[in-house]
Design a protein. Structure first.
Length: 256
């Protein structure tokens, strides 16, 4: 198939998703929700309002566009994206392979833009019969989602409770802990290599997100790349520890 064939199909999907999106936003009054939160562990997107209204959807993580590097990465190509939130995109790749549409089969695209991010999301949403799409900012990139179905409050609660039961780490020193933490390969209890974290942690305050920390060398690599990406994450080689170990590591590696 030629590039003209792909462009024609892309434009068709963008037109279809535009109509679908308008109806989706109106049906759920989506613009009335001031806040959002997504959880890759359970694959659920949560919209919530200041007047205590809640809206939940199951989603597919389509991919991300880096506004700093002008690149696109399909989520199935991103090693840090859980496979269960990319489920459905195999249909998109198969379609691209059958039609000879390389943008649907190549995991990483250089010289991309936000428009192409929307276009690839529109194609994917058409092929997987999504009910709506959404894009969120994250550091120097945008992440694109397809919503596949609405969840009830009870269904969402059940997923959260299941996650709580599953999210445990067995520590040789501290036993079974229900709070996991993620640190780079260079951080240990007997090292002093600097300590950077995604948010200021406190052992006396229960956070919403998982503890995440990395050393000074990883921070320099992240800054050089401009973001966490495949190269900087490969350098970090993140591993799981328990929360008790996390704060012991923090005490050892924090520099005054």
């Amino acid at each position: 198939m030629s590039i003209d064939d792909f462009d024609a199909y892309k434009d068709q999907c963008l037109e279809e998703i535009s109509s679908l999106q308008k109806a989706f936003i109106e049906l759920y009054d989506l613009n009335s929700y001031e806040n959002w939160f997504y959880d890759h562990d359970i694959g659920a997107f949560h919209f919530y309002s200041d007047d205590d209204r809640n809206l939940y959807f199951k989603y597919i993580d389509v991919g991300s566009f880096s506004s700093r590097r002008n690149t696109w990465m399909w989520s199935w190509f991103n090693k840090t994206t859980p496979r269960h939130v990319t489920k459905g995109l195999e249909k998109v790749r198969a379609f691209g392979s059958a039609r000879g549409f390389l943008p649907l089969t190549e995991g990483f695209h250089e010289q991309s833009d936000e428009y192409m991010g929307w276009a690839l999301t529109a194609i994917a949403a058409t092929l997987v019969s999504g009910i709506g799409v959404y894009r969120i900012p994250h550091e120097h990139q945008y992440i694109y989602f397809i919503f596949t179905n609405e969840l009830t409050q009870e269904e969402h609660t059940a997923l959260v409770e299941q996650k709580s039961r599953q999210q445990q780490v067995k520590c040789d020193e501290h036993g079974v802990r229900t709070r996991v933490a993620f640190v780079c390969q260079h951080l240990g209890k007997d090292t002093n290599v600097g300590f950077y974290e995604s948010f200021e942690s406190d052992p006396g305050i229960e956070p919403e997100d998982d503890y995440q920390a990395w050393c000074e060398a990883c921070e320099l690599e992240r800054r050089k790349e401009g973001e966490w990406n495949e190269k900087s994450e490969a350098f970090a080689q993140i591993r799981i520890v328990c929360d008790e170990c996390f704060f012991e590591i923090k005490r050892s590696n924090t520099r005054e």
